[in-house]
Design a protein around this ligand. Structure first.
Ligand code: FAD
Ligand code: AMP
Length: 475
C-alpha cells in the first residue's frame, strides 16, 4: 500500500474515529493512527471514551444502580428474594466485555469504510507528514494532504497528591478496582467525581467528596443543582463544599488527606483516593519542531470556529481543542472537518451542546441556565414540572426530580432546558432538537407526546411556562 493519503487522523477516540469514517464515506483515502494501550497490554481503538471513560463508567453505573434498586426498591414492587450479593469480579468482567465489544466494533467500521487503522504513535512533521512509530519500534512516514489532530486529553494530577495508581488513583484506575474500598475519598465534585463516587457508594463504600468551590455544580441551573445535592445526600454521598485539598500521602494501606475549609485545617483517612479535578489537553510527542501548529496558554491546540489550526491543511478536534470535553462535541467536530475537507458543508452549533451527569437521578441540560439568562438582562419566563406528577415516573418508582424550561419573554424562544430525573440523558435530546431548530415554547406545547411517557414531563414544563400545565400546579 502506498503511504500517501488524502487524510491522516491522529487519535481514534470519539473525535478522531468518526472523522476517519466520514472521510472514508466521502471517498477520501484515509488512515487513522492511534497508540492507546489498555491495562492488559492490548491495543484498542476508541480512545478514552470507549476504553476508560464514557462506556466503562456507564457499564458500572448500570450494574451498581441495579444492585441499589434491588436492595431498596424491589420490595415496593412486591418482589422479595433471599441473599443479595455483589460479585465484583463478574461485574468488572461485564464492564470489560462491553468495552471490548465496542472497541472491536471500530475495527469493523474502519474496514467497512475503507479506513486504514494503524496502531502506533503519530507525530506531525512540517509539510503534512505524519511519522508513525509502531509498537514493534519500526517507523514510517505517511504523506497527507490533510491531517486531523484528535489526541484527546488526560487527567490533571495534583503535585501534592502523588498518583500511585493503587491508593491514590485517577478515573481510569477507579473503573478497574477489584474490591470495594471501605472508605473512599474523591477530590472534585465535577461530573466524573460524582459518577465514580456514586458507583462505589452504591456498592457499599463510605464516600466523601472534597470540593474546593463553595457552590455545588456551578455550571448547572441552580434549581436542579440544589435538588441534586439533596438527592446525593439522601444516598449517603458526603459532599464537602469549600474543602480545598492541600496534600495527600499513602502509607501502609491508607491515604491521609489534608484539606482546609472555613473551619480550618483537617486531616482525614481513606482506603483509596480518586483524584477527579479535571482533564487537560494531551499533545505530548504530537508536534515535531516546525509543525506550525500553536497551543494556547492552557495547552489546547488553537483552532478557528471550523477547527482549522494555524498550519495549512492541519485541523484539530475533540478534547484537545477549546470547548466542553465531551465525546459528542468531538464527534460533531470530527464529522464537520471530514466534510469540509471533502468540499461539503460542515458546521457545529456550539450553542446546543447537551450535558449529562449519569448519576441517579440523572441530570441533563442544554442551553442557558436561569442564572445565565437573568445575568444577560433578557426578560424570561420559566416553567417546571415535577416527576412526582408523572404517571410513568410513578409507575417506574422514579417520581423524583423535575423538568425546567427557560424561555424568552419577547419572542418565546426556548433558551435552556434542564432536567433532573429518570432518563434525563435520553429526554434532553428532544430539547436539543427543538433548540437546534430555534423552537418556541409554543412549538413544544403544540407537539403531541405519547402517554404515559417520561417525555410528557417536558411537554408539561413547556405548558407551565405559560401557566397552562394540565397535570401540575401552575405557580
Ligand atoms: P480521546 O478519547 O482521549 O482519544 C484520543 C486518542 O488519541 C487516544 O486513543 C490516544 O491514545 C490517542 N493519541 C493521543 N496522542 C497520540 C499520538 N501522538 N499518536 C497516536 N495516538 C495518539 N464524555 C461524554 O460525552 N459522555 C460521558 O458519559 C463521558 N464520561 C466520561 C467518563 C470518564 C471517567 C472520563 C475520563 C471521561 C468521560 N467523558 C465523557 C469524556 C470523553 O471521554 C472525552 O470527551 C472524549 O473521549 C474525547 O474524545 P477525543 O477523541 O477528543 O479524545
Ligand atoms: P471538573 O473540571 O468538572 O472535572 O471538576 C473538577 C472539580 O475539582 C472542580 O469542581 C474543582 O473545583 C475541583 N478541584 C480542583 N482542585 C481541587 C482541590 N485541590 N481540592 C478540592 N477540589 C478541587
Amino acid at each position: 500500500m502506498s503511504d500517501s493519503y488524502d487524510v491522516v487522523v491522529i487519535g481514534a477516540g470519539p473525535a478522531g474515529y468518526p472523522a476517519a469514517i466520514r472521510a472514508g464515506q466521502n471517498k477520501l483515502k484515509v488512515a487513522c493512527v492511534d497508540e492507546w494501550r489498555n491495562t492488559d497490554g492490548s491495543y484498542a481503538f476508541g480512545g478514552t471514551c470507549l476504553n476508560a471513560g464514557c462506556i466503562p463508567s456507564k457499564a458500572l453505573l448500570e450494574s451498581s444502580e441495579l444492585y441499589q434498586r434491588a436492595k431498596e426498591e424491589f420490595a415496593a414492587h412486591g418482589i422479595t428474594f433471599g441473599d443479595l450479593k455483589v460479585d465484583l469480579a463478574a461485574m468488572q468482567g461485564r464492564r470489560a466485555g462491553v468495552v471490548k465489544t465496542m472497541t472491536s466494533g471500530i475495527n469493523a467500521l474502519f474496514k467497512a469504510n475503507n479506513v486504514a487503522g494503524i496502531q502506533g504513535h503519530g507525530q506531525l512533521e512540517p509539510g503534512n507528514k505524519v511519522r508513525v512509530k509502531a509498537p514493534d519500534g519500526s517507523e514510517r512516514t505517511l504523506d497527507a494532504k490533510h491531517v486531523v489532530l484528535a489526541s484527546g486529553s488526560i487527567p490533571i494530577r495534583l503535585k501534592t497528591v502523588p498518583h500511585d495508581g493503587k491508593y491514590i488513583v485517577d478515573s481510569w484506575n477507579a473503573l478497574e478496582f477489584d474490591e470495594v474500598p471501605r472508605r473512599l475519598g474523591v477530590i472534585g465534585a465535577g461530573v466524573i467525581g460524582l459518577e465514580l463516587g456514586s458507583v462505589w457508594r452504591r456498592l457499599g463504600a463510605e464516600v466523601t467528596v472534597l470540593e474546593a468551590l463553595p457552590q455545588f455544580l456551578p455550571m448547572v441551573d441552580q434549581t436542579i443543582a440544589k435538588e441534586a445535592q439533596r438527592q446525593y445526600k439522601k444516598q449517603g454521598l458526603d459532599i464537602k463544599l469549600g474543602a480545598r485539598v492541600s496534600s495527600a500521602a499513602a502509607a501502609g494501606k491508607a491515604v491521609t488527606v489534608a484539606y482546609s475549609d472555613e473551619k480550618g485545617e483537617h486531616s482525614v483517612e481513606f482506603d483509596k483516593l480518586i483524584v477527579a479535578v479535571g482533564r487537560r489537553p494531551f499533545t505530548a510527542g504530537l508536534l515535531a519542531e516546525g509543525s506550525g501548529v500553536t497551543l494556547d496558554e492552557r495547552g489546547f491546540i488553537e483552532v478557528d470556529e471550523q477547527c482549522r489550526t494555524k498550519a495549512p491543511n492541519v485541523w484539530a478536534v475533540g478534547d484537545v481543542v477549546r470547548g466542553p470535553m465531551l465525546a459528542h462535541k468531538g464527534k460533531e467536530e470530527g464529522l464537520m472537518v471530514a466534510d469540509l475537507i471533502a468540499g461539503h458543508y460542515g458546521a457545529v452549533n456550539y450553542d446546543v451542546v447537551p450535558s449529562v451527569i449519569y448519576t441517579a437521578p440523572e441530570i441533563a441540560w442544554v442551553g442557558r441556565t436561569e442564572e445565565q439568562v437573568k445575568q444577560s438582562g433578557r426578560a424570561y419566563k420559566v416553567g417546571t414540572f415535577p416527576f412526582a406528577a408523572s404517571g410513568r415516573a410513578r409507575a417506574m418508582e422514579a417520581g423524583v426530580g423535575m423538568t425546567k424550561i427557560v424561555s424568552a419573554k419577547d419572542d418565546d424562544e426556548v433558551l435552556g432546558v434542564h432536567i433532573i430525573g429518570p432518563m434525563a440523558g435520553e429526554l434532553i435530546s428532544e430539547a436539543v432538537l427543538a433548540m437546534e431548530y430555534s423552537a418556541s415554547t409554543e412549538d413544544i406545547q403544540r407537539t403531541m407526546h405519547a402517554h404515559p411517557t417520561l417525555a410528557e414531563a417536558l411537554h408539561e414544563a413547556a405548558l407551565a411556562v405559560d401557566k397552562k400545565a394540565i397535570d401540575g400546579l401552575n405557580r
